[in-house]
Unconditional design. Structure first.
Length: 484
């Protein structure tokens, strides 16, 4: 841990000394990662996210298109149904535990809370069958959900409000459940609040604010109610598969039901019958997984989102390549430092770890800062007698620094001195290196010498003051050294 903290401090100094490199790298990655993340978030929401319901993999939709919102005879692939046709199809699908129907296009209604609202609000309401919430395995956040007993023409009008609307439009009022609302001027009892995160079965930008039983459509829409006719196809249908059942044979069973209905029971005007009878054999029904809900946006924008995600992925790869080039250029500029560290005995694994750790904050984590390969400190760390960075390793017998500093390792009876030129240095582990230059001394006795300005009459142009490094610290020494 101490080594890691030491490495992080060193990396911070390195990044602070190269602000242009750091800023360029961060901006490069920010553009690539930011764009890719934004597009993937959108793609995940539209293409990948499942409904927040119980066991979404068991849900299947009768029909596989996003046709909306009232269908006639135009399409051969049927996905919208009248209420009467929905009942026929549900009865012909024993593979489903239950099948629910719901309005394909929720409408906007005038809704007012009796106790608090002076004026009505234009809110979106969706008609659903009485088993709607039971099929999805949902309970109420407060109150209760709509059930089959509420989906009767003789039942008292009830409604459920979405959690989002309860919070945003009604301030999370605790007494809202059981209160009276007026929908299109008709009194309705609010019986429950949907769970948080549930916005309906269809991915849309304007989810429903209220849910109403299907049979109440006649009460609110009067003579124009779609429940009064079987000619209007306006409902989607989703079923929950029984455990162990299969849907493979179900489309082949439902298609004849559809064709018989269109031929014998649909309320098509007589003058159009001869024209459309010939098209009935081409009508069919497919099933589609409904765990992700009804997603017309997937059909409309799926291909474009995939292309956009690939483009952003390519942009991220380009950003990574640019960052790699920056790191390569930075490494090439620091070859001399790397050579010194290798000479001082730093292992290749240690140097690689240094580069990786120093790159991590550039990638955006900003938690790990480079690694100093066992070479801590700066001129200020080394003490007043050293004016340049001191390269030090506990594993080395001596160190070397920049031009103008002589470093020697010695024992009381011998002092081997080398001259440093530029950023060059020599270091040997005990028992390593050429025999002619191997220092004979004990590890830990390392002396750094700096020109003290030279004294007249000396044997050399200058004399030096020495400082001994013991256990990573500098201590004054009374020994003498030579300056070249």
């Amino acid at each position: 841990m101490q080594t890691l903290l030491q490495d992080l401090r060193y990396a911070l100094r390195q990044l602070r000394r190269a602000p242009t490199f750091t800023l360029t790298a961060l901006l490069t990655l920010a553009i690539g990662i930011g764009a890719t993340t934004a597009i993937f978030t959108l793609t995940q929401a539209i293409m990948l996210r499942s409904l927040p319901v119980a066991d979404p993999a068991q849900l299947y939709r009768i029909g596989d298109t996003g046709e909306c919102c009232i269908e006639g005879w135009e399409d051969d692939d049927w996905s919208l149904f009248s209420y009467q046709l929905y009942q026929r199809l549900a009865a012909a699908a024993p593979e489903f535990e239950e099948t629910t129907a719901f309005q394909a296009a929720p409408g906007i209604y005038s809704i007012r809370q009796e106790a608090k609202d002076r004026e009505a609000r234009p809110l979106r309401a969706e008609y659903v069958s009485g088993n709607y919430f039971h099929v999805f395995g949902l309970g109420a956040f407060a109150g209760r959900v709509i059930n089959n007993s509420d989906d009767q023409q003789s039942a008292a009008p009830v409604a459920m409000i979405s959690y989002r609307t309860w919070q945003q439009a009604y301030g999370s009022s605790p007494g809202i459940v059981g209160s009276t609302f007026f929908v299109q001027g008709q009194p309705v009892t609010l019986i429950g609040i949907t769970p948080p995160g549930f916005f309906g079965e269809t991915l849309r930008s304007d989810p429903p604010d209220f849910w109403l039983p299907l049979q109440q459509e006649i009460l609110f829409d009067g003579q124009n109610a779609y429940m009064r006719t079987n000619q209007r196809q306006w409902l989607y249908a989703i079923g929950r598969l029984k455990p162990g059942a299969s849907v493979q044979a179900l489309p082949a069973r439902l298609t004849p039901v559809l064709q018989r209905w269109l031929r014998d029971e649909d309320e098509m005007p007589a003058e159009f019958k001869p024209q459309i009878d010939s098209t009935i054999p081409q009508k069919f029904i497919r099933l589609a997984p409904a765990g992700e809900g009804v997603t017309s946006l997937r059909e409309d924008y799926g291909a474009s989102l995939r292309i956009l995600l690939m483009v952003c992925g390519t942009l991220l790869l380009i950003a990574c390549a640019n960052l790699a080039n920056l790191l390569l250029a930075r490494g090439a500029a620091r070859r001399a430092q790397t050579a010194v560290r290798l000479a001082l005995g730093a292992g290749r694994t240690r140097l690689i770890r240094q580069q990786m750790t120093e790159a991590m904050p550039t990638v955006g984590a900003r938690r790990h800062r480079g690694i100093g390969s066992g070479i801590p400190g700066s001129a200020s760390d080394a003490g007043p007698g050293i004016s340049q960075r001191l390269l030090y390793s506990h594993q080395c017998d001596t160190v070397a620094v920049g031009s103008g500093i002589c470093v020697c390792a010695f024992t009381p009876d011998r002092c081997d001195v080398w001259r440093s030129a530029g950023v060059a240095g020599f270091a040997f582990r005990s028992g390593r290196g050429p025999a002619r230059s191997r220092p004979r001394h004990s590890r830990g006795s390392i002396v750094a010498a700096k020109d003290t300005g030279g004294q007249p009459g000396g044997a050399f142009p200058g004399s030096v003051s020495l400082r001994r490094i013991a256990d990573g610290k500098l201590a004054e020494s009374g020994e003498s050294g030579l300056w070249f």
